[in-house]
Design a protein around this ligand. Structure first.
Ligand code: SAM
Ligand code: SF4
Length: 506
């Protein structure tokens, strides 16, 4: 019976013959002890369990098994930066012997990584935190950790409204999470046991690497600079070492992350140099980045994208509005015409590239004519997909002083904009039906093209390993996804039989 499935309080007779180091049998302050388990002889596992008693200081003969090693559950709201931060915090927890679980009921530590970019995201996170009061009382010792941008913005409010929260870590302090987690888990920072910690393996084929934190812009609607602070760049050495770590853990595609990711600099190096360096790391097959700012899409960056084979010809380039007047009110630092000529230049350099965007509708003062200019820009650019946001007032930003539009008007513009973006997205994907696409498999049922189209793999009879690149024939297109069949795998065989049966019946 696998260890994990044993019921709680099951008296476990562990074979600890491999344990000859006193540290391994010494319960720490929290009653945890690390033991090698041999239920799979090829793969003895070092695990941490809570014990009621250790009967021999150097050799554990029998332990009362109170609970499996501590598990943690992470709920992430918001952007890719937050996903990357969650991954980083998960790695810290795993390095402390905790194991991630997909089931909140199994978890002892619940981490809610919040977003505050729009009020809606913050509200969702707060109602989740509210529900955790009951979750926490169901088992003593459970811990609730709230992190991220809303935690930064509303730390005191959070502590007052949710006194059961054990730890609040604002977005600016994520890099200190490891020490905070040590204190939360009541462990000494130089705990010798850490040397035995099982390394966390993040086997994601497509991994994020944060290259900078913060933002030096002050777009008038945006709370990010307030909650994440000014730009801080990681060194090239640190980024390349993070990339190599992710590759060792199974990554083949790296997405570089930053709020204005292409403003990156380190000494003499600029973003284009970093792109080349990351692309040159052994094992990296695809490089992407998010979110670039139009101002920093220099000729060198475009040329690098167009000529370095590993850098994918796909870009998420937020435009926010198609009206130069609105762009000025938003302090975006470019006009409609400049954005359009940038798109033209990029398409000349990379004819097959895909382009997506962010748009805000209902910014204070946006007239019907301004809004129509946004619609006409969408038509003109023919974005492959886009995220359309209803303007949300963020306290403390310059735009918060302006009069907001009624929710009904914002909602109506949102619908009109979504319909247009979806219609174009579907039309563009439909053109791919019948074509062949190379897809890097992320999970056995889906993968992505270099141009970042998500493709579901249909009709397999055998799972495809993640990390494999397969050639698919596109059979169906939807607004946000494609479907495809393997060209010369099991599917052909399966189809052959189906078709042959139909033929026989006819
Ligand atoms: N740094 C990126 C850039 O400037 O392109 C964007 C980062 S922001 C986290 C993601 C998106 O949220 C923005 O592109 C914008 O469309 C949207 N957003 C930010 N503040 C908003 C607000 N107050 N209301 C609605 N949408 C907002
Ligand atoms: Fe916000 Fe503008 Fe910075 Fe993006 S560039 S994070 S929208 S302030």
């Amino acid at each position: 019976m696998p260890f994990q499935n044993r019921p709680h309080n099951f008296p476990l007779h562990a074979d600890t013959s491999a344990v000859d180091d006193p540290y391994l049998a010494k319960p720490s302050l929290d009653g945890l002890v690390e033991i090698f388990f041999h239920d799979n002889l090829d793969f003895p596992r070092l695990e941490r369990v809570q014990v009621d008693g250790v009967f021999d200081r150097n050799l554990v003969h029998s332990i009362q098994y109170n609970r499996p090693i501590m598990k943690f559950f992470v709920r992430t709201y918001g952007c890719q930066m937050n996903v990357a931060d969650s991954n980083e915090m998960s790695r810290h927890l795993a390095a402390r012997g905790l194991v991630e679980t997909p089931d909140p009921d199994e978890a002892s530590v619940m981490l809610v990584n919040t977003c505050t970019v729009r009020q809606h995201a913050e509200d969702r996170a707060f109602s989740e935190i509210g529900r955790l009061r009951r979750w926490k009382t169901k088992r003593p010792g459970r811990k609730v950790v709230v992190t991220g941008c809303a935690a930064e913005r509303t730390k005191e409010y959070l502590e007052d409204r949710f006194p059961f929260v054990d730890l609040v870590v604002g977005a600016k302090s994520i890099e200190n999470f490891a020490q905070m987690a040590d204190r939360l888990l009541d462990r000494r920072e130089t705990d010798e046991e850490l040397d035995y910690a099982v390394p966390c393996i993040d086997d994601k084929v497509a991994a994020f690497v944060t290259i900078m934190r913060g933002c030096n812009y002050s777009c008038t609607y945006c709370i990010v600079p307030y909650v994440r602070g000014r730009e801080i760049y990681h060194s090239m050495e640190q980024i390349l070492s993070d990339v190599r770590d992710r590759v060792r853990e199974g990554a083949r595609e790296i997405t570089l992350l930053g709020q204005t990711v292409n403003s990156y600099r380190s000494g003499e190096n600029r973003f284009a140099d970093l792109l080349r360096a990351v692309a040159a790391v052994d094992g990296v097959e695809r490089v992407r980045f998010i979110s670039p700012h139009p101002y920093y899409m220099t000729d060198r960056v475009i040329e690098t994208m167009a000529t370095v084979p590993e850098v994918c010809e796909s870009l998420h380039l937020p435009v926010q509005s198609g009206s130069s007047a609105m762009l000025k009110a938003m302090a975006r630092n470019y006009t409609r015409e400049q954005y359009l000529s940038l798109v033209k230049k990029m398409r000349q350099a990379m004819p097959g590239m895909t382009l997506s965007t962010d748009i805000i509708v209902g910014f204070p003062g946006e007239t019907e004519d301004d809004f129509r200019q946004t619609l006409s820009l969408i038509e003109e650019v023919q974005f492959d997909w886009g995220f359309i946001f209803k303007y949300s007032t963020r306290e403390g930003t310059p735009a918060a002083k302006l009069e907001s539009y009624p929710e009904t008007l914002i909602e109506e513009r949102h619908q009109r904009c979504l319909e247009l973006v979806d219609r174009i997205a579907l039309a563009k994907r439909s053109k791919l039906v019948g074509s062949e696409q190379d897809v890097l498999v992320e999970e056995s049922s889906f993968g992505r093209t270099r141009t970042n189209y998500k493709v579901h793999i249909n009709g397999r009879v055998a799972p495809i390993a993640s990390g494999e690149e397969v050639r698919l024939r596109i059979t169906n297109a939807q607004r946000a996804t494609l479907e495809g069949e393997l060209q010369n795998g099991n599917i052909t065989f399966e189809n052959f039989r189906e078709k042959d049966n139909d033929h026989a019946r006819a």
